[in-house]
Structure formats: structure tokens, C-alpha cells
Design a protein around this ligand. Structure first.
Ligand code: TXA
Ligand code: MG
Length: 322
């Protein structure tokens, strides 16, 4: 199947595209799904054959479970068999939005989706196109980021087409992702929240709602989520990092600062905020890869607070060489 006929879409999907997406998903095909974080590669989460196509298309190892996306609060019960009261608090505070909750799984969710785990990751995205599609379907969507496994996540429709055009029935147009890094993943063991992946909802925002510190488990030695692997989000181009506020130690080397007013094209952030840097991060990494064998690029990290933590997490993994 080809997406060529969709190449000239506007910044938002029209009715005909949505109808085509619904039909393709019902038939077990894959659809590129815009969300506020990154574009997803979506399939019917209740159809194991369709879900298997996601793993094939991404060359994703089967031990890496998928996130299930829902369009309304009442759909949680189709996916999770139990919602602890503490999880409910986070749903009320952050859904729809870039927060994924790991909850006990319903038997109807195929084991392939959860890599055999008894838990399932669920989120309600905030993007209007994603919500409209999800609300029009009578099944939830399993959707990892729409990139080959281990590579930089896509934040525009074109990014998805660049690598996965032959794998999808179509990619819905949703403009550039407004958040730009993936959702924050929160699990609950013995009723206590724990962050498994830093993302679009900051640790500070979670802790403000919880009223207490929340532990993180982002280690790379025993990953609970492959986003925790030491090398992930990785472009082919070699990257070196410097701490926020420091100068580049290699004179003359290409140096992308976090923010410099005089040279916006050599800045991660367009205005000095971490929000802007998050939106631009994956696009910048992809642009560096237009010259994969170019000289190694030095990148100044974000301040280690708020969204800056998620940005730095991605930068460290993007810079890691195995
Ligand atoms: O923002 C996002 O979350 C995007 C958009 C498309 O929604 N999706 C995304 O999916 O980032 P993906 O597959 O790239 O990352 C999902 C992460 C994986 O690292 C996976 O291991 C973790 O979620 N995960 C899924 N189910 C899990 C579970 N039951 N327990 C722990 N981690 C889980
Ligand atoms: Mg991913």
C-alpha cells in the first residue's frame, strides 16, 4: 500500500482521510497517528495480527511492549482491569495529555501488546486528530512512536513518511507535534507511583499533584521500558554533550547551544524555554543526520528541571555509542 495520494495534505486531516484511516484500522492495517508528543504507528490493539505488523514495520523486538491509546475515560475499563485510586488522581489531572499509566491488564488485550506482562501502558492523547479518530473507533489503538526501533522519534508527518511510507496505509496530518518528546510513563507498584520514563509531563508537575516526591527508575542496565536503553533516539551522526551553561571544549567543532539569541539556527530552543527545545529536539537530530558522516556535533544540554530533564534524557541516549 502507498501513502502517495496523501502527500499533499493540509495541516489537519480532513474528513475523507479520517474515514480512510478508520477503514484501514478496521482491516488490520497500520496508520500514522499524530499526537501532541510524537507521531505514532497505530493498529487495532485488540487484533494480534495487526499488532504484529507494528513490530515488523519498526523491527521492534517483541520484548518491548506498546502503549494503548484511548479516546475517552470510560474506555480505560476495556484495557485495564483495575484502576488504583492514586492512578485516578493522575488521570483526572493530566488526561488527555502526555502521561502514560501502567495498570493491570484486561485479558482482552493480546499478550503481544504487553510483551507477556500482566500490566498494560495506557494513555489518552491530547491531539484533536488523535482524539477524533479514537472516539470514532470501537477499539483502542496500540501505537509506539512511528520510527524504526532505536531511531529518533517523528514529530511531523513527513518524518513518518521518510522512513515508514511503505508500511502504513496512510499518515494522518496533524502538523508539528506541540510537545515534541514522548509521554511520561508512570507505573504503580503497591499503590505507589514511580516514573519509568521522563517525558511531556514534568516530574515537578506530577509531584505537585501527588503532594510528595515520586521516585524514578530510569536506569539502563535493567530496562523496564526500552526507552530506558542506554542507546535510543539515536541518529547516525556522532554527538557529544556539554553541561548546560558550559562552553564547547573542542575549538572550531560544530556546537549547538541550548539557546543563543544571535544564532537561533544553532540553538536547540528558539526562545530560551525548555518547551521550545522539546518541540525542536527530534527535528534537529534528524537534520544532523542529513550529513551522517559529518564532523561530530557538540550539543549543550538543557537546564536539568521541568521538561529539561526529558530533553537531557533523550540527548544522553542519542549521544550514547554502543
Ligand atoms: O508519547 C508517547 O508515549 C508516544 C505516542 C505515540 O503516544 N508513544 C511512545 O511509544 O513513545 P514507544 O513504544 O516508543 O514507547 C513506549 C514505552 C516503551 O519503552 C515500553 O517499554 C513502555 O512504553 N511500556 C509499554 N508497556 C509497558 C508496561 N506494561 N510496563 C512498563 N513499560 C511499558
Ligand atoms: Mg519510541
Amino acid at each position: 500500500m502507498t501513502s502517495a495520494s496523501y502527500l499533499c495534505g493540509s495541516m489537519h486531516s480532513d474528513h475523507a482521510e479520517l474515514t480512510a484511516a478508520i477503514a484501514a484500522l478496521r482491516d488490520g492495517h497500520l496508520v500514522g497517528l499524530p499526537t501532541e508528543t510524537v507521531y505514532g504507528l497505530a493498529a487495532n490493539a485488540l487484533n494480534a495480527v495487526a499488532v504484529a505488523r507494528i513490530f515488523e514495520a519498526k523491527k521492534r523486538p517483541h520484548f518491548d511492549p506498546l502503549i494503548v491509546h484511548i479516546g475517552k475515560r470510560s474506555d480505560v475499563d476495556l484495557v485495564a482491569r483495575e484502576v488504583p485510586p492514586v492512578a485516578e488522581v493522575f488521570m483526572n489531572a493530566f488526561w488527555p495529555g502526555p502521561l502514560t499509566l501502567v495498570l493491570p491488564k484486561q485479558p482482552a488485550i493480546p499478550d503481544l501488546v504487553t510483551s507477556g506482562l500482566d500490566s498494560v501502558a495506557i494513555r489518552m492523547p491530547q491531539h484533536p486528530v488523535a482524539l477524533e479518530l479514537l472516539q470514532a473507533l470501537d477499539f483502542p489503538l496500540a501505537a509506539p512512536s512511528a520510527n524504526p526501533f532505536g531511531y529518533v522519534s517523528p514529530t511531523t508527518r513527513q518524518h513518518v513518511l521518510d522512513q515508514l511510507a511503505n508500511e502504513v496505509a496512510l499518515v494522518l496530518e496533524g502538523g508539528s507535534c506541540s510537545v515534541g518528546v514522548e509521554s511520561t510513563i508512570l507505573s504503580f507498584s503497591e499503590g505507589q507511583p514511580m516514573v519509568l520514563r521522563l517525558g511531556g509531563i514534568s516530574l515537578e508537575a506530577l509531584e505537585a499533584v501527588h503532594g510528595r516526591p515520586i521516585p524514578t527508575q530510569l536506569s539502563s542496565s535493567q530496562p523496564h521500558a526500552p526507552g530506558q536503553l542506554a542507546s535510543h533516539y539515536a541518529p547516525a551522526r556522532a554527538i557529544r554533550l556539554v553541561a548546560h551553561g558550559e562552553e564547547c571544549p573542542a575549538p572550531g567543532a560544530p556546537f549547538l547551544r541550548f539557546y543563543q539569541k544571535e544564532q537561533p539556527e544553532w540553538s536547540l530552543s528558539a526562545d530560551g524555554t525548555t518547551g521550545s527545545a522539546a518541540t525542536r529536539l527530534f527535528g534537529v537530530l534528524r537534520r544532523l543526520d542529513e550529513e551522517p558522516d559529518g564532523p561530530e556535533v557538540w550539543i549543550e544540554k538543557a537546564p536539568e528541571a521541568g521538561l529539561g530533564r526529558a530533553i537531557n534524557d533523550r540527548l544522553v541516549r542519542a549521544a550514547h555509542r554502543v
